[in-house]
Design a protein around this ligand. Structure first.
Ligand code: ADP
Length: 160
């Protein structure tokens, strides 16, 4: 049986930290579906369309990756795509409480899909999309933090 993982997130924008988790997940699973979700509470810098484009460009050299978009409950989307697992990245203890809560809720909703946590590389443990946006907004250099397509998009976004 093909082992399929869903890697859900906002990816606003996708960073090297996200790509690191993706590459680790690809060593475990036959296929990884990066699933861009809509957060009702989150205002995003990039539209869903922009984020999908950026991610597709960033992962185009990798095999066994699909980039998709979902609405509604992530666990329903995972089920629909016949996923066996949900992949989430862990950076620091501060991620734990929220991730633990989500994993347990998702298990309650569907106990057949396991949440798998993958630890980030130390060098990316400080990295998140918000920090990247903050640095880019003030003209800081983000080229080592995000794929080239995102660095370009950020420059464009904050030009004015
Ligand atoms: P969400 O809004 O669902 O948290 P994010 O795009 O912020 O979406 O994150 C998606 C997933 O990627 C989460 O599991 C998060 O912990 C993980 N992640 C984000 N940045 C990093 C990083 N630098 N290293 C490892 N995992 C990360």
């Amino acid at each position: 049986m093909e082992r399929i993982a869903i890697y859900p997130g906002s990816f606003d924008p996708i960073t090297m930290g996200h790509l690191d988790i993706l590459d680790r997940a690809l060593r475990i699973f036959d296929k990884v579906i990066i699933a861009v979700g809509e957060h009702i509470k989150k205002d995003t810098l990039f539209s869903t369309k922009e984020r999908l484009q950026q991610i597709k460009e960033a992962v185009k050299e990798r095999k066994n990756v699909e980039v998709a978009h979902f609405e509604g409950l992530m666990i329903d989307y995972a089920k629909k795509r016949n996923a066996n697992a949900i992949v989430r990245g862990l950076r620091a203890v501060s991620d734990f409480e929220y991730e633990f809560q989500m994993a347990l809720m998702n298990r309650k909703l569907d106990s057949s899909i396991e949440t798998v946590f993958i630890m980030t590389r130390g060098m990316y443990s400080y990295l998140n999309s918000s920090v990247v946006k903050e640095v880019a907004k003030h003209n800081g250099n983000v080229t080592t933090l995000v794929p080239p397509v995102v660095a370009e998009a950020l420059k464009e976004k904050f030009r004015n």
